[in-house]
Design a protein around this ligand. Sequence first.
Ligand SMILES: [Zn+2]
Length: 223
Amino acid sequence: MPTSTVEDYLKSILRLDETADREVTVGGIAEDLGVTPGTVSSMMRHLSEAGLVDYVPRRSVTLRKKGRTEALRVVRRHRLVETFLVTVMKLDWSEVHEEAEVLEHVISDRLLERMDEMLGHPSHDPHGDPIPDPHGNVAAQELLHPLSEGAAGDRYRIVRVSDSDSGFLDWLRENRLLPGSVLDLVIHDPVAGIIEIRLSDDTSPLRLGEKAAARILVEPAEV
Ligand SMILES: [Zn+2]
């Protein structure tokens, strides 16, 4: 059983691999986890010896099959715990990430599968992130784009939002920007870095910066 630190590294590599177009590097992992590159390098040598990653020093890090399976197991635990805390325990969606960061490393498989049963085997967590099945399979992802890359005049449906910033999640809920919400992109001013949107069932426009919009993943919706 890998330690919680190893699990956090594997999860980080998986996340970077899914979100970035370029190869995963020691620098990228260091930034993601808030540690020094030297710390990451020695961990990569360790993970490489354990057969979890392929590590080419000063070049790239790739998850091996075993490492990927392990990372997806942690992601499954994280997202099921978040779903359970919101659906069953009625915690707010903005306050479950920190709890899940701890519980994902300690919860037993038996308890986790019981939670999955109680929830009716959900496919997505409250933030719209897909929940891998017990074998590490993830539902095929629609082609998602950050709202920050959207074009004025187009209509979008929110599919996923970044789960880790509770202030951001509070703001999203106050403005009813939830997975499933449909919005029209009214203005996109790349020079000022500002986006103006309007929910399809509302008349008042809402402004947000490109940085916040980058954390909202959308798919095109019929106008
Ligand atoms: Zn989370």
